[in-house]
Design a protein around this ligand. Structure first.
Ligand code: F6P
Length: 408
């Protein structure tokens, strides 16, 4: 039985599903999550290859299973994308996500044999959706903006896409147990079925898929107001807000009043005083999460950066060389912080409500890196100024960011 137990093994996550079932959304979200967890991950979207090699403005007839020329062209671009993915895995990639309908068992058998012959294990990720309103929403929210329908009148585009779906429905075969490892996400996560899933990474993948919702809602990231330790330039600790920090907390409450659209927010803080005090002027009852506590500076906790440099010059130099992996003696590294934030990310993906996170510089960098798909290496250096609210509004496949510096 094929398994994926070690991170050295190459993995191909192969999407399966009719058009407009959220495959590309899931593929990109998964890629972002896995990259954030330190796995070299990349999506290979066969639609992109089709647009490049055949053209974007093809009518639904191109996808008719009885159109021999269309079938041959689709197989050709599927081969090109698969070859590129396998080549990329051979060059050091770890997880390739092959994003296409892959709607027949014959097509999937070819993918599995080709991948396994090149040393990559295959897991099928199938999305099933029986709710026509969800399919209709997906068509209108994503397909109408696709390069396939540039300049096409919206109703004509919807009609063409529905005809395209019908071509696939005639030949569609769901993934069966005999096809090996798979996860099926039914009706946007209301039901998840898995088969032969084994190992840490695949367990994380399944858990992520179980919690992934498609509702779009804003999220705000903000550091606590200025603390006494900020004024003294000291790291860590559990100091209170300075008078300026309190002024910021009041400005934040007034600002959120203008952004919340009458909706209740989930407000999360760390369990440290400076974030709890920053939330004190908001109407919501915040929830304090230990996972949101600032990076643990270990033996350097409470020191100024100048003191760290003087007392621990080697540590200071090591941190400057590799800030992502450097772990403070008896403390944490950014990699440790990313790992402990995993449940927070899952909760962000699960909750339908808008969320305001009042956190700390290091922890917010790590959350931001996930939300904005920033490479892990850059994460410890991301600018995260005090007294500035970051508003992240999800769009089709990522987030749009605005920064609001508040007066205080
Ligand atoms: O200085 C404020 C602070 O939140 C410290 O408590 C923490 O150690 C530091 O920022 C994290 O930033 P960096 O990783 O750049 O030192």
């Amino acid at each position: 039985m094929p398994t994926f137990a070690s991170t050295n093994q190459k993995l191909a996550l192969v999407m399966v599903g009719l058009p407009a079932r959220g495959k590309s959304y899931i593929a990109r979200k998964l890629a972002r999550y896995l990259r954030w967890r330190g796995q070299e991950t990349r999506v290979f979207n066969v639609g992109t290859y089709r647009r490049e090699h055949v053209g974007s403005q093809v009518s639904h007839n191109f996808f008719d299973p009885n159109n021999a020329e269309g079938v041959a062209d689709r197989m050709r671009v599927a081969q090109l994308a698969l070859e590129d993915m396998l080549h990329w895995l051979e060059l050091g990639g770890q997880i390739g996500i092959y994003d296409a309908t892959n709607s027949t068992s014959k097509r999937r058998a070819w993918i599995r044999e080709t991948c396994e012959a090149r040393g990559a294990s295959v897991v099928f990720v199938e999305t099933l959706c029986s709710d026509p309103t969800v399919v209709d929403r997906n068509v209108r929210e994503t397909k109408l903006h696709s390069p396939d329908y540039v300049g096409v009148e919206p109703n004509a585009a919807v009609a063409d896409f529905i005809a395209r779906i019908a071509h696939y429905e005639r030949v569609y075969e769901t993934v069966e147990d005999a096809e090996g490892m798979f996860v099926k996400v039914v009706d946007e996560g209301r039901k998840v079925v898995m088969h032969q899933i084994d190992g840490n990474i695949l367990s994380r993948v399944v858990f992520f898929l179980m919690n992934l919702r498609t509702k779009r809602r804003p999220l705000w990231l903000v550091r606590h107001g200025e603390s006494i330790f900020n004024v003294e330039d000291r790291v860590g600790g559990d100091s209170e807000l300075s008078p300026r920090g309190h002024a910021f907390a009041r400005s934040l409450a007034a600002f959120m009043q203008t952004r919340r659209n009458d909706e209740l927010l989930s407000v999360w803080t760390s369990h440290l005083q400076r974030t709890v005090q920053t939330a004190a002027y908001l109407p919501e009852q915040p929830v304090a999460h230990r996972a949101l506590d600032e990076i643990d500076a270990g033996v350097c906790d409470g020191m100024t950066y100048a003191e760290v440099r003087r007392r621990f010059p080697d540590e200071f130099a090591s941190r400057s060389q590799d800030k992502l992996n450097y772990r403070y003696p008896r403390g944490e590294s950014y990699v440790d912080v990313i790992q402990r934030l995993d449940p927070v990310i899952i909760e962000i993906e699960r909750l339908a409500r808008p969320i305001l996170i009042i956190g700390h510089q290091g922890v917010l960098r790590a959350l931001y890196a996930y939300l904005m798909d920033t490479p892990p290496r850059e994460c410890p250096h991301l600018p995260m100024p005090l007294h500035t609210v970051l508003e992240l509004i999800p769009n089709a496949y990522g987030c749009t960011e605005r920064r609001f510096p508040l007066a205080c």
